[in-house]
Ligand binder design. Structure first.
Ligand SMILES: *Cc1c(COP(=O)(O)O)cnc(C)c1O
Length: 408
């Protein structure tokens, strides 16, 4: 695997100091680039040495409105001076308002708030189990999916690389090939209570549900009385040009989970389900101390308001069209580009060569992108990206791909 050059000699003094502190005091569970980011605005970030980068993967998909979006910054600043945190044994104004906005933009249900995607999925898993008092505890999930790192969510994640060395997974998860309805039917028995899927696989390589797949899952769920859970942690909250990924497919789930961009960069997660089902998550059976706290709620509300006031859902469509045109043009000139998949600000460029080398080359061009599954360049740009920034990013990315292709 290509690694990023972190030879100490190449690092600036300030960065070196931070890297040294990390190597002494921070658990080394992440592969980090030898860059220390200190400031961001929109789709630009700056490192400790003052270098500027164009960020097409802001906040690993969390900063959907760019770095430090002004209305969100203001809302958080105002809220933090008023009330930072109170437990969920009290009512707060922002949490109720936030739930209402999310409900109105999805299928009209009720929200449970937590702090991350994995927790949102844990809540969904518990809801599936609690509906039948644990009798129907099995959940069908899909190969290539990603649902998080806590034990329940990682057990739901049908990718062996995330299970290695962890010992027994949580019981009850059954894995079907993505898109294979017949396999789902075969896995279901009297203990199956739900089906969980990402409408568009994110970490799995930016892969949409195949034609008819989500409709088929809806039909199976209805016939067998199962809950259909859509993990919208990556594709939700406006990223694809609609509020939720499922709204592109004309299929309504029973449960959606969201996090990442939900609060425009502040930590926050939510599970939304119908009023009818919500009662199964009864008092005492599930909780999150920080869930739905006033800061996250203020940020979440400000994010929704900004998306609507600035017409960003429409803006996403025009920005995505430029990405599509530029990357399809590259594909026509460069045969290592196998496929271009653009769903609003969720973009996968599948290569026949090592994607990590392309990420490295982009970094050298002060462009931040991601690679997933070893060979898919993944972009999760901000909805606020300008046309000039798209062209600039596509210029640098195309150059990086052509350079790496010519050496491969
Ligand atoms: C990132 C992600 C998660 C996990 O979210 P965390 O906030 O990291 O726990 C779950 N599902 C999907 C689809 C994701 O992309």
């Amino acid at each position: 695997m290509a690694t990023i050059d972190a030879s100490p000699a190449s690092l600036g003094e300030k960065t070196q100091e931070v890297v040294d502190t990390f190597s002494r005091y921070v658990v080394p569970n992440y592969k980090r680039y030898p860059v220390c980011l200190v400031r961001g605005a929109g789709s630009k970030v700056w490192d400790a040495e003052g270098n500027e980068y164009l960020d097409l993967f802001p906040g690993w998909g969390c900063n959907l409105l760019g770095h430090c979006p002004e209305p969100v910054v203001r809302a958080v600043q105002e809220q933090v001076a008023k009330l930072i945190h109170v437990p969920n044994s009290w009512y707060t104004e922002p949490q109720g308002e936030w739930a209402k906005l999310l409900s109105e933009r999805s299928f009209g249900g009720q929200a449970f708030f937590c702090n991350s995607g994995t927790e949102a999925n844990e809540a969904a898993i518990k809801l599936v189990r609690l509906r039948t008092e644990g009798k129907r505890y099995k959940i069908v999930t899909f190969k290539g999916g990603f649902h998080g790192r806590t034990m329940g969510a990682v057990s739901a994640t049908a990718q062996p690389k995330y299970h290695e060395g962890l010992g027994p997974m949580v019981a009850g998860f059954q894995y079907a090939p993505h898109g294979d309805l017949a396999a789902v039917e075969k896995l279901i028995d009297e203990h199956t209570g739900g089906i969980m899927v990402e409408p568009i696989l994110g970490e799995g390589g930016v892969v949409p549900a195949p034609e008819g797949f989500l409709q088929g899952l809806r039909r199976i769920a209805d016939e067998r009385d199962l809950l259909l859970v859509f993990d919208e942690v990556q594709c939700g909250c406006g990223r694809t040009g609609k509020w939720f990924g499922y709204q592109h497919f004309g299929v309504t789930p029973d449960v959606i989970t969201m996090a990442k961009s939900l609060c425009a960069g502040i930590a926050g997660g939510a599970m939304l389900t119908t009023v009818e089902l919500a009662k199964h998550l009864r008092p005492g059976m599930h909780a999150s101390t920080f869930g739905g706290n006033p800061i996250a709620a203020a940020a979440g509300i400000a994010a929704i308001e900004m998306i609507e006031r600035d017409h960003l859902l429409d803006h996403v469509d025009s920005t995505a069209a430029i990405f599509r045109e530029r990357m399809e043009d590259l594909q026509s000139r460069c045969d290592v580009v196998r496929d271009v998949r653009v769903f609003g600000m969720m973009i996968g460029i599948e290569l026949s060569i090592d994607g990590t080398a392309v990420v490295q080359s982009c970094l050298e061009k002060n462009l931040l992108v991601n690679c997933t599954q070893g060979h898919v360049i993944r972009l999760l740009p901000a909805m606020t990206l300008s046309a000039d920034e798209v062209h600039d990013g596509c210029d640098r990315l195309s150059q990086a791909i052509l350079e790496v292709a010519s050496r491969s």
